[in-house]
Design a protein around this ligand. Sequence first.
Ligand code: AN7
Length: 400
Amino acid sequence: MRLPKYKCENCGYEESLDKNMYFCPKCGDPLTIVYEENELQEAVFKGKGVWRYKNVLPVNSEKPVTLNEGGTPLHESVKLYEEIGVKELRIKNEGLNPTGSFKDRGMTVGVTRAVELGARSVICASTGNTAASLSAYAARAGIKSYVVVPEGAVALGKLAQARAAGAKIVKVRGNFDYALKMVRSLAAKTKETYLLNSVNPFRIEGQKTLAYEIIEEYGSPDWIFIPVGNAGNITALWKGLKEMKSIGMIERLPKLAGVQAEGASPIYRAFVEKKEEIIPVQNPQTIATAIKIGNPASWRRAMHAVKESGGVMLSVSDEKILEYQKKLSSEEGIFVEPASAASIAGLAKAASQNLVGKNDRVVAIVTGNGLKDPDSLMRINAEEVVIDADMESLKQVING
Ligand code: AN7
């Protein structure tokens, strides 16, 4: 069996996985890990979660750094599917991963690679969830983690997780894009620390198992809707789907819809304006702090995925994000953070524009747990009363 290797999907450069690399030395794009067709076709899946797909993951360790990530539920929509107007809607609940977001799928593989390389520390820039995930896996591996975050722009739950895990938290006076630029330059200049943003191809490999799980459980839907920030997850989703096709698990690939928040939507803009390059948003703004990203590192791969699938990029307002965050809870019982609700808000928009039809079977990815960022919910109208501590008052409430 031939081993997987690095490949640059932009310019075709190839290199052995023995080297520690993140970016193409020729064109600077993030590298991808590719397999020979027969490596994929001969793969056997057993067990549960991310490591069920061990045969198509690029690490050999018998003892991966794991918290039993993956294997998340694909909930059947009981109400929203009808309200939105599609035949079926399944909601893949990535907020039920060990640290509460999809990042864990990538971190179990990424931190296992870091340990294989003998790294003594790991680092990431983050809007919060990457930091929460990396610090937990680093703690488990017994190595130091550094998380570089935009000061004042990370949800409380995520910061609490990183604090508890013992990460060194570096707060930058600037947004996520500056933080990522800084850790990228650091990783290029030093071998001391291992970079675990989604520009790291091992992260993408772990995250592609999202696609494997959906296909094994549900087959190929007509559409998959996914929130987009730095564009790593949509890249991973498309890679996983294409691998499933080459294995012969599906005949037809779904269309992808990548959903950005209106105030942080450079890929969406390039898509609708049919531009070859994105124009980074200098000062991104959205209540969905997880996807408050103006210069997505993997934009080119995201754009390619969406176009190749025959899908679309969409943008949704903060108002719609909050509306569908509430609806996901009150109509489906699924509590997600604002960025996650972008996928459902995007689906509702696509259906209202007849991009998605009444006969379509749709999967929407919700990426992070609502407990991460409860602040946004404290601003909405909810059924809340304060009563005196006596039975009469309680009876009055119950009886109207
Ligand atoms: C809940 O944690 O970028 O398009 O630094 O936390 O792969 O970036 C988080 C991203 C969607 C977007 N939903 O995924 C970070 C970070 C949630 C997220 C995204 C993020 P990508």
